[in-house]
Design a protein around this ligand. Structure first.
Ligand code: HEC
Ligand code: HEC
Length: 105
């Protein structure tokens, strides 16, 4: 399991903007390469969940996020709309049936 100290170090933990930090942009690739020896210069741009540099990840990722957000909202919205329509229709049908039964008497 990869955990905090694998990237941040142990007694050497520093803020990312400190040039001696293992997660400073100047040293980051080297840190990743300890376990990902084939990592190239673009590797550190993948954006770790908690890193501010996540914003530097390819714009297509944030576009997918937005598209998913809209899709999920639209899907939920249509679902609620559909259920409402169904409820209305069932009520209408009940009324209709009642009217027919009463008319037969
Ligand atoms: C895979 C490597 C990796 C792991 C594992 C990792 N971090 Fe980080 N962390 C980073 C990098 C890279 C940054 C700097 C990102 C940036 O430049 O904004 C960072 C930034 C941070 C910051 C922000 C510091 C600041 O001043 O902005 C904190 C706090 C932090 N990490 C805590 C943790 C904790 C706690 C864990 C374990 C639960 C952890 N990290 C695990 C790579 C890692
Ligand atoms: C201590 C070893 C170690 C270090 C250091 C490390 N990784 Fe990893 N990384 C792993 C292992 C093991 C996996 C696969 C298993 C897993 O996901 O936990 C992995 C998986 C990944 C993946 C695959 C996708 C994912 O989220 O599972 C990415 C991307 C990645 N690492 C990026 C990084 C970056 C960027 C850094 C440097 C900031 C880094 N790693 C540093 C060991 C490491």
């Amino acid at each position: 399991m990869v955990t905090c100290y694998d990237c941040h170090g142990i007694h050497t933990i520093q803020r990312p903007d400190n040039p001696f930090s293992t997660v400073n942009s100047a040293n980051l690739l080297e840190t990743c390469q300890q376990c990902h020896p084939d990592a190239g210069s673009r590797f550190t741009g993948v954006g770790l969940a908690h890193s501010r540099s996540a914003g530097k990840s390819p714009p297509i990722l944030s576009w997918f996020n937005r598209i998913y957000f809209v899709l999920i909202l639209a899907m939920l919205g249509f679902l609620v709309f559909y259920i409402l329509l169904d409820v209305l229709k069932r009520r209408q049908e009940k009324k209709e049936l009642l009217r027919q039964v009463l008319a037969e008497k």
